[in-house]
Design a protein around this ligand. Structure first.
Ligand SMILES: C[S@@+](CC[C@H](N)C(=O)[O-])C[C@H]1O[C@@H](n2cnc3c(N)ncnc32)[C@H](O)[C@@H]1O
Length: 274
């Protein structure tokens, strides 16, 4: 079921002002993604990693470090079960059948080497916020999903009504898993996987989802504020209750809603409308 991917990675020095031009030139030559050390929160070095997919029909330079996806599906088959996120949203392992009681939106997920099959409270908490939006005023569009992993939140946002979701990760295996899961759920027309660090993204999103660890949320805070449209909502999780204060301080936005499961909070924050 899993089509393994291979990646060739080229690393080059590039200051913050140079990275975008380097990435754009590489993209024109066929590169799939780019990650800067500062956008990915890697301290002490300034470099740009350019990702090329190694595939028969894709151009890749001869030099670079190779990364090969491993097949983790046999492991996942032993541990994952269908999960009821709520009464209306189910996450089902790609190889399983939904249980008879599954209602509403059913998403099939094969995690590959990525995080996000619904077995962690932070995923479920974020999904419930999106579902509540869908049941209320609707899921706004476009959505940015930062740290998409399997693409689970992006897929749910699209399935629940968002017209376009940009699903970003700095891990090529997250990108690959999201791409496969988007196709598997026939949402590839609306979910756009991005292998990019956030500093290389432009836009104004009315909804940003970011289930990433506390240190990354702190590193990304300025970009999350920059990319959030005035009046927009930022949904964050991925940190523990004792890290919450520093995350909220770094984000500098008003907390509108809070939910907690097993010591993992999820916050909905609002940016003032201008
Ligand atoms: C906890 S997982 C969340 C996966 C999925 N969104 C979910 O809710 O289950 C965090 C993801 O964030 C990604 N990540 C970590 N740091 C990041 C950064 N600086 N920019 C983008 N993605 C990042 C990781 O590679 C990982 O896939």
């Amino acid at each position: 079921m899993l089509t393994r991917t291979r990646w060739r990675v080229q690393e080059m020095p590039a200051g913050p002002g140079e990275a975008r031009a380097c990435w754009e030139a590489a993209a024109r030559a066929g590169a799939v993604g780019a990650v800067t050390s500062w956008g990915a929160g890697i301290p002490g070095r300034a470099f740009l990693r350019i990702y090329w997919e190694v595939a028969p029909d894709a151009p890749a330079p001869p030099e670079g470090e190779d990364l090969e996806e491993e097949n983790w599906t046999p492991y996942w088959r032993g541990v994952l079960e269908p999960v009821a996120v709520s009464a209306r949203v189910w996450l089902v392992p790609a190889w399983a059948n939904p249980p008879p009681e599954a209602r509403g939106t059913v998403l099939w997920i094969d995690p590959g080497m990525a995080f996000g099959a619904g077995d962690h409270p932070t995923t479920r908490l974020c999904l419930r916020v999106v579902e509540a939006m869908a049941a209320g005023a609707g899921v706004p569009t476009p959505v940015l999903d930062v740290g998409t992993g399997t693409g689970v939140l992006a897929l749910a946002a699209a399935a629940l009504g968002a017209g376009r979701v940009d699903a970003l990760d700095i891990d090529p295996f997250g990108f690959a898993a999201c791409r496969r899961n988007a196709r598997r759920n026939r949402l590839e027309g609306r979910v756009r996987p991005l292998l990019l660090s956030l500093d290389l993204v432009d836009g104004a999103y009315p909804l940003i989802l970011a289930n990433v660890v506390a240190g990354q949320l702190e590193t990304l805070a300025g970009h999350l504020r920059r990319l959030l449209r005035p009046g927009g909502r930022l949904v964050v999780s991925g940190f523990q209750a004792d890290e919450e204060r520093r995350v909220v301080e770094a984000l500098g936005l008003a907390v509108e809603e809070r939910a907690v499961e097993d010591g993992w909070p999820a916050l909905t924050l609002a940016k003032e409308a201008r």
